[in-house]
Design a protein around this ligand. Structure first.
Ligand code: FE2
Length: 115
């Protein structure tokens, strides 16, 4: 939940707040910004627990991939536009962020991954 859906929300909220602000609705954009800040905390929660529960010697990426079951997958932990800042704020390491950014939303079975 936290490292897939809430992780992707770090991108969705960033993009949504910008679009809403562009449309002139500052009040709603501020609400979405608050949701973004909430999601940072939720992602941090999952990140910290994965670090505590993973096997010794496993990287965080290996532990995440070993515990995310299809149709969930790393590519669903990001939006179409990737914003690393929220991941840094959640405490994720640079390698995990890089691998997440490289994750492709198109799946090998051709089912796509629309939001
Ligand atoms: Fe959340």
């Amino acid at each position: 939940m936290s490292l897939t859906f809430e992780n992707a929300n770090l991108d969705h909220t960033t993009d949504s707040a910008a679009e809403i602000l562009k449309a002139g609705d500052k009040k709603t954009a501020e609400v979405i910004d608050q949701v973004h800040l909430d999601e940072i905390g939720h992602v941090r929660f999952g990140w910290e627990w994965l670090g505590k529960l993973k096997e010794p010697g496993q990287t965080m990426w290996e532990a995440y991939c070993a515990n995310v079951t299809w149709p969930l997958r790393p590519a669903l932990g990001r939006g179409r536009t990737f914003h690393p800042v929220g991941r840094v704020a959640a405490g994720m390491d640079p390698e995990f962020i890089r691998l997440l950014e490289e994750s492709q939303r198109d799946d090998p079975q051709g089912e796509g991954a629309d939001d």
